[in-house]
Structure formats: structure tokens, C-alpha cells
Design a protein around this ligand. Structure first.
Ligand code: CU
Ligand code: CU
Length: 340
């Protein structure tokens, strides 16, 4: 568990240290009597609002204003899925996943003591075409017993619930990839809540036998981080780092559909959501059929996922974010840069 203890207010203040200093200093001098306590409370509220405004400057943060860790291509392997392969029933698709503990800097100066598949949270994108024989060789190099539990259709002994893999052990999952859609995988050791929120999950795409039309394909896994161990999230992200796609807006072309494989793996909070500015999108729940809703906001509980298709009408910079405003301010805020 990380030693960092950061409250939402501290985050806001940390993001605006210079401007927040004055009201916070005033706070420290108050509190001698009830009168002063009252004043202190008023000051506290003012300080929070001040920090809020200072951080956001009344407008959303973008580019260098956004506090995110790392360089512009760090998350490419989690954002861009592997290439789609034409259907060829029985073809072997093989992946290797290794669980190990890793401290991840998820916000500048804040590390999360993660349990990972292959060193990242979320883990690597697994992709197969319906009818492929999927083989996932799993090795546990972590500090606790783990498994991989896949969503989708497979035999009971490939479900990752009873076949617990101890430290140093390994297990090979093998089953025909089915049905087509957007699925996910995660550890199913107990306590489950802990094994999931520590970071053991990832995206699992099964392509239909008749391929989807070409598109600019992206994968987004929504999550949260409890960095102070109190059973509530302190940060939120898409693909693992708070504010990352606010610092590095995702460049897309207006001329081709943008297809997003979107999954929610947030622990503790009952739902998470995705909201797009400036346009609407087609939402295919679980990606298993042709029926869609035309909307600009979807909400998902943990384990829910689906496919978003956007045909941008306009070029320019468009925000997308959780429509829980608090999640937005704690890291789940992002932008598309739509160009011709
Ligand atoms: Cu586990
Ligand atoms: Cu699940």
C-alpha cells in the first residue's frame, strides 16, 4: 500500500501551491475561540474554492497545464489495439501475461503500489478473432496468488476462479475465442475487491468473423486509485494515468470513424461514465450486436463495457470525460484533437 496520503483538497492545493498559500496561512492562525472557528470554516471553504478556481482557472486544463506523468507515447500500447486479423477458425493466438508488483506514478509525485499484468495498469490488450484458439500463458511473479478470469464463453476449468496460481507458478488458459464483442479480463483471487483495485485487469477484444468497417481504433479502460487505503478512490484515469489525455490530446481524423473499445474497471464507486462534447456517438453495449443508442453519455458499472463509434462533424478540440464531475477533477478528463 502506498504511503502517500492525499485528499481531494490537498490535490487541488498541490496543483496551485502559490495562490493557495495565503488563505491556507490564514487558516493556521484562526481557531482560538468559537468565533475564530467559524471564521476558519468560512476560510476553509473559501480556500477550497480558491484552489479549485486557481487549478482550473475557470477553464479545463489542457496541454502543459494538465498535471500528468510521462511522455506523449508512453501509453500507446494501451490505447492502440493490435491489428485485427481476418477470420481463420482454429488459428492459434498466443499471449504471455506475467503478474508482478510495481510502483506506478499515476499522478506527478503520487505512486500507487500496483499489482500488474506485464507491468502496466491496465494490463496489455488481448485481441483475437472469433474462432481463434486463444492461448494465454500466465506466470505469477507477484507477491500474492493470482489468476486470470476472462469474460466470454469458455470451459469451467478455464474460468480462473478455482485454479489459483501461487507465487512462482503458472497456468495456461486455452479456449476458442467467443463470442465476438468487447470483453475484459481480471484477477479473480480473493479478496476480489483488493485484487481488482490493485490493478489486475485489462481489455479483451474478440473481432467478428465478418470484420467491422475500418476505423481509427482506440481502447480505453476507466479506473480509479485508492492511494490512501481508505476504501475510496483518490484519482481516476483512462488507461492508467490521471489527466494523461488532457496533457496529450488524442489526435484523430474527421474523415474516418473513431471506434473506442470502452470498459469500466473502477472499484469502490458504483458507476463510471463517458461523456463526449460537441458530438454524439453510436453506443453498442458489449459490442455483441448491431443495435445501438445514439447518445453523448453512457454509464457503466464495473465489468460493463461496449463500443463507441464517433463520426465527428467538426474539426477542433473536443473534451471527453466522466460525467461524475468529481472524477473529472481527479484525473478522468481528456481531449480529442480532430483534424482534417
Ligand atoms: Cu490477484
Ligand atoms: Cu469480471
Amino acid at each position: 500500500m502506498s504511503k502517500s496520503r492525499v485528499t481531494r483538497r490537498q490535490l487541488l492545493v498541490a496543483a496551485a501551491p502559490a495562490v493557495a498559500a495565503v488563505p491556507l496561512a490564514k487558516l493556521a492562525l484562526s481557531g482560538d475561540d468559537a468565533h475564530a472557528e467559524h471564521a476558519a470554516q468560512a476560510d476553509r471553504v473559501a480556500a477550497e474554492e480558491f484552489a479549485d478556481h486557481a487549478m482550473l482557472g475557470h477553464a479545463a486544463m489542457i496541454g502543459d497545464m494538465a498535471p500528468a506523468v510521462g511522455g506523449p507515447n508512453d501509453l500507446d500500447e494501451l490505447l492502440y489495439p493490435p491489428e485485427v486479423l481476418p477470420a481463420q477458425p482454429g488459428r492459434l493466438r498466443e499471449y504471455e501475461l506475467t503478474a508482478f508488483d510495481r510502483d506506478l506514478e499515476i499522478y506527478p509525485g503520487i505512486t500507487f503500489a500496483a499489482w500488474t499484468y506485464n507491468g502496466t495498469v491496465p494490463g496489455p490488450i488481448i485481441r483475437a478473432t472469433e474462432g481463434d484458439l486463444l492461448r494465454v500463458v500466465f506466470t505469477n511473479a507477484g507477491s500474492h496468488p493470482h489468476t486470470i478470469h476472462f469474460h466470454g464463453i469458455h470451459p469451467a476449468n478455464m474460468d480462473g476462479v478455482f485454479e489459483i496460481v501461487d507465487q512462482g507458478g503458472s497456468f495456461t488458459y486455452e479456449f476458442p475465442a467467443s463470442p465476438y464483442g468487447f470483453h475484459l479480463y481480471h484477477c479473480h483471487s480473493t479478496p476480489l475487491k483488493k485484487h481488482i483495485h490493485k490493478g489486475l485487469y485489462g481489455a479483451f477484444i474478440i473481432d467478428p468473423p465478418v470484420p467491422r468497417p475500418p476505423a481509427q481504433e482506440l481502447v480505453m479502460v476507466m479506473n480509479g486509485y485508492d492511494t490512501d487505503g481508505d476504501g475510496g478512490n483518490n484519482f481516476y484515469s483512462v488507461n492508467g494515468r490521471a489527466f494523461y489525455y488532457a496533457k496529450y490530446p488524442i489526435k484523430v481524423s474527421r474523415s474516418q470513424t473513431v471506434r473506442i473499445y470502452l470498459a469500466n474497471l473502477t472499484e469502490f464507486d458504483l458507476i463510471n461514465s463517458f461523456h463526449l462534447h460537441g458530438d454524439l456517438f453510436r453506443w453498442y453495449p458489449t459490442g455483441t450486436g448491431d443495435a445501438y443508442e445514439y447518445t453523448d453519455t453512457v454509464m457503466l458499472c464495473q465489468g460493463q463495457r461496449g463500443i463507441i463509434e464517433i463520426d465527428f462533424a467538426n474539426t477542433g478540440t473536443f473534451m471527453f470525460h466522466a460525467h461524475q464531475s468529481e472524477f473529472t477533477e481527479l484525473g478522468w478528463m481528456a481531449f480529442f484533437e480532430v483534424v482534417d
